[in-house]
Write a protein that binds this ligand. Structure first.
Ligand code: PEP
Length: 251
């Protein structure tokens, strides 16, 4: 089955309004055909980026959301608010949220379903630490992170979702999983999807690789049969580099 590749830029907590506007405009002006391009800027610049990409096919996402509906949750942002500012996607369970903000897999799952209920497409991030990999526990860790969501989901709910495999040891470190390591985990995730929801759904979902994707390693990573694009942090802050990564996903 052919899956339209997806390349997402996670800007994390970087930039200012003028940078957000110009970076988004440069990407929108030159985004290649044949790949869905998603930008996830800081929350306060979602409107700025929405305006910059409005006339293009580039889509907007958020880096996080709260699992509750509107209410007394000071400092948080709801799924409905994200929809209101033109978001189509939202990251859930990024390793920085899991580790720095102590988000459990159960809470990540609550956010995943809240996003779906509001009409957002969640990008569920999973990945193991270096210690977990070296102990031979990669699949076990990924399974637990997936099962927190899969155990509560129907195949119908999974249709509009994306899963990103991001080995924690490769995020922001310059250490990238080899294409073989990345493909092996992606194949595992797809087989877990197949056993939980059936082969057709598993074949239709996009699985992204994240972790120090750069212009010079993107093509070899994206060549993996089960790798349908990337979730890009640092390299998404430069338009030319990010566009080269998007281009690599179209090959
Ligand atoms: C990320 O933050 O999701 C990420 C993959 O970061 P980087 O590309 O900088 O490793």
């Amino acid at each position: 089955m052919s899956r339209t590749p997806l390349v997402a830029g996670n800007w994390k907590m970087n930039g200012r309004r003028s940078m957000a506007a110009s970076l988004a405009a440069e990407i929108a002006a030159a985004a290649p055909a044949g790949v869905e391009v998603l930008l996830c800027p800081p929350l306060v610049y979602l409107d700025t980026v929405a305006s910059a990409v409005q006339a293009s096919d580039v889509v907007l996402g958020a880096q996080n959301l709260d699992e509750h509906e509107d209410g007394a949750f000071t400092g948080e942002v709801s799924a409905e608010m994200l929809v209101d500012v033109a978001c189509r996607y939202v990251l859930v369970g990024h390793s920085e949220r899991r580790t720095l903000f102590a988000e459990s897999s159960a809470r990540v799952a609550d956010k995943f379903f809240r996003a779906l209920d509001a009409g957002l497409r969640p990008v569920l991030c999973v990945g193991e630490t270096l210690a977990e990999r070296e102990a031979g526990n990669t699949e076990q860790v990924i399974n637990a992170q997936l099962d927190a969501v899969f155990g509560r989901a129907t195949a119908e709910q999974m249709v509009d979702t994306v899963i990103a495999y991001e080995p924690v040891w490769a995020i922001g470190t310059g250490m990238t999983a080899s294409p073989e390591q990345a493909q092996a985990v992606h194949a595992h995730i797809r087989s877990r999807l197949a056993s939980s929801f059936g082969a057709p759904l598993a074949q239709s979902l996009r699985l992204l690789y994240g972790g120090s994707v750069k212009a010079d390693n993107a093509a070899s990573l994206f060549a993996g049969a089960d790798i349908d694009g990337g979730l890009v942090g640092g390299a998404s802050l430069d338009a030319a580099t990010f566009l080269a990564i998007c281009q690599a996903a179209t090959a």
